[in-house]
Design a binder for this molecule. Structure first.
Ligand code: GUN
Length: 282
């Protein structure tokens, strides 16, 4: 069994980006909108900012409390869309319940949509055309599998979880890589049987210990995108790692697997949007 070391690959990507960003006269800039008081979202946003600053990017966080009006956020995004000094805009999800997520995300100019969540960029992904950005977590998963020379062409891949952030864009990316993709979710019947047919299982549910050793075939590849906390406050994923690792050929750990890849891809997306907006070659 080989552990897919996301932290190591993320550090390699970040080191490469740091060198490229250092050579630029103007620094790429990212604006992050935080309209949710969820403590986990605050930590994610702080971590994104820390990494962006460490790499020499500019980062601006716009935090709102629960009294914020949708129009205030829409006006801010319209202002950021026009601002030549801002290259990337991210609205951290989830948003406060009274806010229309679709409307807010789709106010972001596709060329500044660092998450690739707008209808334009999602549509490009669905048509296997060229989106301005590919969603960070799915992009990170594919990069990590490719780093270990894991072939996707013709593989039976089960993606568990149908979120707009991970499951749906990931299934499109895998389809574009010629995989045979099955999407499973909370209403799927016989998840165990579905998983037992898979060469690769990618779980993104946030449900602790969902994937157990008897649900995978021998030498399957297991990717864990879940992040939740144990009773002792330790971070854990969707997979019963200790038991599944003995049966899998490759497996991602939590932490140190997909999490660091997501942040590395966010900075990469910011840098790539900067290049596109400034008509610079990659
Ligand atoms: N919430 C959880 N993951 C993400 C992400 O990748 N992007 C945004 N915008 N919100 C998230």
């Amino acid at each position: 069994m080989t552990v897919l070391d996301g932290k190591k690959l993320a550090n390699k990507i970040i080191d490469g980006l740091k060198q490229k960003i250092q050579k630029l006269d103007i620094k790429p800039s990212i604006a992050v909108i935080l309209a949710n008081d969820n403590p986990a979202s605050k930590i994610y946003v702080k971590n994104k900012e820390k990494k962006a600053l460490e790499l020499g990017c500019n980062s601006y966080i716009y935090s709102f409390d629960e009294n914020v009006k949708e129009d205030e956020i829409i006006s801010l995004i319209e202002k950021l869309n026009k601002d030549k000094n801002i290259n990337a805009i991210l609205a951290q999800l989830p948003l406060f319940k009274h806010l229309d997520e679709q409307k807010i995300l789709n106010t972001i100019e596709p060329v500044k949509d660092v998450d690739g969540f707008t209808i334009y960029n999602t549509g490009c992904l669905a048509q296997n055309a060229k989106p301005y950005s590919i969603p960070c977590t799915p992009k990170g998963i594919i990069k990590l599998l490719k780093e270990y020379n894991i072939k996707l062409d013709g593989k039976n891949i089960v993606v568990i979880g149908r979120s707009n952030i991970v499951g749906k864009p990931l299934s499109l990316l895998l389809l574009n890589e010629n995989a045979t993709v099955t999407m499973a979710h909370s209403k799927t019947k016989n998840l165990k049987e579905v998983c037992l047919k898979a060469d690769i299982i990618i779980s993104a549910t946030g449900q602790k210990n969902l994937i157990k050793a008897d649900m995978i075939k021998k030498d399957a590849i297991v990717v864990d995108v879940g992040i939740s906390r144990n009773s002792d406050n330790k971070i854990t994923g969707d997979v019963d790692f200790e038991n599944v690792k003995n049966k899998a050929s490759y497996i991602t750990p939590v932490p140190g697997g997909i999490g660091p890849m997501t942040i590395a891809c966010l900075i990469e997306n910011t840098y790539e949007l900067f290049l596109k907006q400034n008509c610079l070659e990659k």
